[in-house]
Design a protein around this ligand. Structure first.
Ligand SMILES: NC(=O)c1ccc[n+]([C@@H]2O[C@H](COP(=O)([O-])OP(=O)(O)OC[C@H]3O[C@@H](n4cnc5c(N)ncnc54)[C@H](OP(=O)(O)O)[C@@H]3O)[C@@H](O)[C@H]2O)c1
Length: 329
C-alpha cells in the first residue's frame, strides 16, 4: 500500500514522498482496520514536516493528524463500528491508504456524510466549538473577536458563534472576504492593521469584548489583546507567523487581561470517551446537515503529495487542500 514518509525534517514538499510499504494486516480483537478515503493538509501537518511542531518523532515518520476512512474489518471485541462504516481516527499518521487502530480511536460518522467535509471533522470543528465553550461564560449578545477569520477554524467559529447568538469581530488580511464571511453570520469583518483596536472600538460602539481567539502570534496577538475588554481573555491557538506572541504588559497589569492557550488534545483529554463521541456525533450531524462546512480548494491523489504540499503552502487559497489516497473523492 502507499504511504507518505518523511525521512528528514525540512521543506514539506522536498522531504515528503509517497512510498510503497507493507499492508497493515488483519485487526486484533480490539482493533479496527479502515481504508483512508480522504485527508486534509492542515498548518500543523506542515509544521510536522518542517520539524517545528510539538511532536517530532524519530524518522522515517508519516504525517497526518486527521482523515476519514471506511471500515474494512473489526476485531471480535469492537462493538461500536462495523465493516462499511465511515470513521474518523483520534490517532495520527493518517497520510496512508490503510490504517489499523484501537477500536476506541475510531469514531463513527453518519452514513452518507460528504466525504470531503468528513475528512475535516476531527480537528477544526471541535477546536472552534471548545474555544467558544471552555474559557469564558458567554451569553447571547456577547462579543468575540478572532483573527485568521478566513481559516477553516475561523469560518466554523463564525457559524458556531452565530448559532449561539454571539456577535463576532472577524479580523482578516484580505478585504474581499467580507461579503462571504458575513454570509456565514459574521457581524463585523475588519482588515488587520496597527490601528485595529481603534477601528474595532468604533465599529462595535465600544462594546466590551469578553473573548479573543488568535492564531497568528507576533504583534498580531498584541492587537487582539488590545481589543478585548478589561478582565477579558485571549486564547492563542496557532502560530501562522511562526513568532511568539508579543503583548504589552500593561494589558495584564492595568486591565487584568488573561492570555492563555488552546490545544485540542489537552481539552479533549479532560472529557470521557463518551463525551468525546457525543461532541463528534453533534458536529458530524451538523456537517451532514450542511450547517458546518469548510471550503475545499483542490483534491490530489496520494502520489502527488509533493504538489499537494506546495499548493497548501500558498496563501490566497479558496479552501483546504485534500488528498484522496484511494481515489474515493
Ligand atoms: N491548537 C489547536 O488545537 C488547533 C487546532 C486546529 C487548528 N489550529 C491552528 O489554527 C490555525 C488555523 O488552522 P486552519 O486549519 O483553520 O487553517 P487554514 O484553513 O489552512 O487557513 C490558514 C489561515 O491563516 C491565514 N494566514 C496564513 N499565513 C498568515 C500570516 N502570516 N499572517 C496572517 N494570517 C495568515 C490565511 O489567510 P488567507 O485566508 O488570507 O490566506 C488563512 O486564513 C492554524 O494556526 C492551526 O495550526 C490549532
Amino acid at each position: 500500500m502507499k504511504q507518505v514518509l518523511i525521512e528528514q525534517y525540512g521543506t514539506p514538499w522536498e522531504v515528503a514522498r509517497c512510498a510503497e510499504v507493507a499492508d497493515v494486516g488483519a485487526p486484533a480483537a480490539d482493533e479496527v482496520v479502515f481504508d483512508v478515503l480522504a485527508f486534509p493538509i492542515n498548518p500543523a501537518d506542515m509544521g510536522f514536516c518542517r520539524g517545528s511542531y510539538r511532536l517530532r518523532p524519530p524518522l522515517p515518520a508519516t504525517p497526518g493528524a486527521e482523515c476519514v476512512g471506511r471500515v474494512t474489518a473489526v476485531g471480535a471485541n469492537v462493538k461500536h463500528v462495523k465493516a462499511g462504516d465511515l470513521v474518523i481516527n483520534l490517532q495520527r499518521e493518517n497520510w496512508t491508504q490503510r490504517r489499523k487502530v484501537k477500536g476506541d480511536d475510531a469514531i463513527p460518522l453518519p452514513a452518507g456524510i460528504d466525504l470531503k467535509q468528513a475528512a475535516m471533522v476531527r480537528i477544526n470543528p471541535p477546536t472552534a466549538q471548545l474555544m467558544l465553550s471552555d474559557f469564558v461564560d458567554l451569553k447571547g449578545g456577547d462579543w468575540v473577536i478572532q483573527n485568521v477569520a478566513n481559516s477553516a477554524v475561523g469560518r466554523l467559529l463564525i457559524v458556531l458563534a452565530h448559532q449561539r447568538g454571539l456577535r463576532t469581530v472577524n479580523v482578516v488580511r484580505r478585504p474581499e472576504l467580507a461579503t462571504e464571511l458575513k454570509g456565514l453570520g459574521a457581524d463585523l469583518v475588519i482588515v488587520d492593521g496597527d490601528d485595529l483596536p481603534e477601528r474595532v472600538a468604533r465599529e462595535t460602539g465600544d462594546a466590551p469584548i469578553k473573548l479573543g481567539v488568535e492564531a497568528i502570534g507576533a504583534a498580531a496577538t498584541g492587537r487582539i489583546v488590545n481589543c478585548v475588554a478589561t478582565d477579558g481573555t485571549v486564547v492563542h491557538y496557532g502560530s501562522m507567523s511562526g513568532v511568539d506572541p508579543q503583548v504589552g504588559r500593561t494589558n495584564f497589569v492595568y486591565r487584568g487581561v488573561k492570555l492563555t492557550g488552546f490545544m485540542l488534545g489537552r481539552f479533549l483529554a479532560r472529557r470521557s470517551a463518551e463525551q468525546i463521541r457525543a461532541i463528534y456525533a453533534d458536529l458530524g450531524q451538523q456537517v451532514m446537515d450542511g450547517r458546518l462546512s469548510a471550503p475545499v480548494d483542490t483534491v490530489y491523489p496520494i502520489d502527488k503529495i509533493k504538489d499537494a504540499l506546495a499548493h497548501a503552502d500558498k496563501g490566497g487559497r479558496n479552501g483546504k487542500i485534500l488528498v484522496s489516497p484511494n481515489g474515493a473523492i
